[in-house]
Ligand binder design. Sequence first.
Ligand code: SF4
Length: 214
Amino acid sequence: MSGFLRVAETHAACDVLGPGTRFVVWVQGCGIGCRDCVSPQWIPFRGGQEVAVRQLAGRIADSDAAGLTLSGGEPFAQAGPLADLVEEVRGRRDLSVMSYTGYTIEHLRAHGTSEQHRLLALLDILVDGPYLVARQADLLWRGSANQRLHLLTERHAEVREQADRSAGLQFEVGTDATVRWLGVPPVAGLRGRLEHHLGLVPVQAANRPEELSP
Ligand code: SF4
């Protein structure tokens, strides 16, 4: 097992994209192309960096994160290497895995490739459906009301009892005094206000390139 992933960004300690503190991998490339996409810079498949699956798996396994969240871009466009990544990490230690996708779970089950089915079978949580600005809502780990939270295993059964509202945003001050943020904004337009009026930048756009070096 090995191979490569095309990765847009990573973050080793995110508290707002899934249960607990999680390592987040945002993959580069999405063939769905929603008009409201909040990360249009990650739609082209030619951007980002090519990262060795084994090397990234080592970083995740060695981190303090209790879980791994896959986002993007479209994780299921790179389902094979991501399934390899999850298997490689779990070969070193067991951790929970959550993924976002712009597809519905029904579509993936009925029309997905064997690699997409393999990735789906490895997940504890799936958030499905694209972000739609017209249906923006205050929801747990999702941005719009069409997006559903599927608990595919019982690992995080407690989430069923959790209030279905935003997990909030995470703010970090960099060594260069830049204030960065990540998470799912609970109201429409908040991202623009944070970035354009307050001068904050998304963590995803501010990670150091060397963090992605293969
Ligand atoms: S599925 Fe998600 S990443 Fe892809 S274009 Fe739509 S909103 Fe953007």
